[in-house]
Design a protein around this ligand. Structure first.
Ligand SMILES: Nc1ncnc2c1ncn2[C@@H]1O[C@H](COP(=O)(O)OP(=O)(O)OP(=O)(O)O)[C@@H](O)[C@H]1O
Ligand SMILES: [Mg+2]
Length: 257
């Protein structure tokens, strides 16, 4: 059973067909790259999968459940978490607070407080702090934990987005241009880290990742499989080397260049 299957999804905005019969399948534990020219429908696809937008038609099945039309917080609670092309950090909160609020923020309610006893809440908080600090340390942001998120650079905000998504141990992550504005050395570390998350051997299996990225060399290095979108449709898919050799892709992607 695939982790995610998108079948024949259509979405129009006025006269613009952002998605025009888009279908794809993502195997559990894979890292799948999405490429395509500006306006191809990549972000719209993410918005629809994550419930921030309703499809006009088509089906979306995540982990065996039909999630088409479900609310974003319900989808997040099922373990499918997205990050944003333009980071959505809460700028008036510190870096650390952004991470500690992440579980509640992602799920849309204070789930822990609803059913845990005070002692459990304390323990949960301590665990969250530990986890937050470990993530910040890895991303080189720990020294900034008391800074307002609004004061971070664009690249640092991107990293905070990823850290926030990982606070809730997602089954699947949707990353929209995670490397834009991140310095190349750190980008490479994140890339390796994402592969580790995929390969992680625990009871949840590895995490499944879908990533939109314009940086082709990085995407090729990261992905097990790539889908190419153009004008709201998948025009090609395959292993990175197959996609790189595909003339339609070169034409769609480099068309005007
Ligand atoms: N809320 C909206 N209202 C109107 N048009 C929209 C909306 N969202 C997307 N579109 C249009 O849908 C098309 C696909 O946009 P989308 O943002 O999904 O592209 P993209 O592949 O993510 O592009 P980029 O690489 O520039 O991020 C574009 O023509 C865009 O202008
Ligand atoms: Mg986009």
């Amino acid at each position: 059973m695939p982790m995610l299957s998108v079948h024949n999804v259509e979405k129009s905005f006025g006269g613009i067909k952002a998605l025009d019969g888009c279908s794809l399948e993502i195997r559990k534990g894979a890292i799948v790259g999405i490429i395509g020219p500006n306006g191809a429908g990549k972000t719209t696809l993410f918005r629809i999968i994550s419930g921030f937008e309703k499809p006009d038609s088509g089906t979306i099945v995540f982990n065996g459940e039909d999630i088409g039309g479900a609310a974003s917080f319900e989808i997040a609670r099922k373990g499918l978490i997205r990050t944003f092309q333009i980071p959505k950090a809460l700028t008036k909160l510190t870096v650390e607070e952004n991470l500690l609020l992440a579980p509640q923020f992602q799920y849309g309610e204070r789930i822990w407080n609803v059913w845990l006893r005070p002692k459990d809440v304390k323990r949960q908080e301590a665990e969250n702090i530990k986890k937050a600090h470990a993530l910040l340390e890895f991303l080189g942001l720990l020294h900034l934990k008391h800074e307002y998120a609004g004061a971070l650079s664009g690249g640092q905000k991107k990293l905070l987005e990823i850290a926030r998504a990982l606070m809730v141990d997602p089954k699947m992550l949707l990353l929209d241009e995670p490397f834009a504005g991140v310095n190349p050395t750190l980008a490479l570390r994140i890339l390796e880290w994402l592969k580790e998350l995929r390969d992680r051997d625990n009871e949840n299996d590895g995490i499944t990742i879908m990533v939109i990225e314009h940086d082709m060399p990085k995407l090729m290095q990261l992905s097990d499989y790539i889908y190419v979108l153009n004008k709201g449709k998948v025009i090609a898919s395959g292993a990175p080397e197959e996609v790189r050799a595909n003339e339609r892709v070169v034409e769609a992607y480099l068309g005007g260049a």
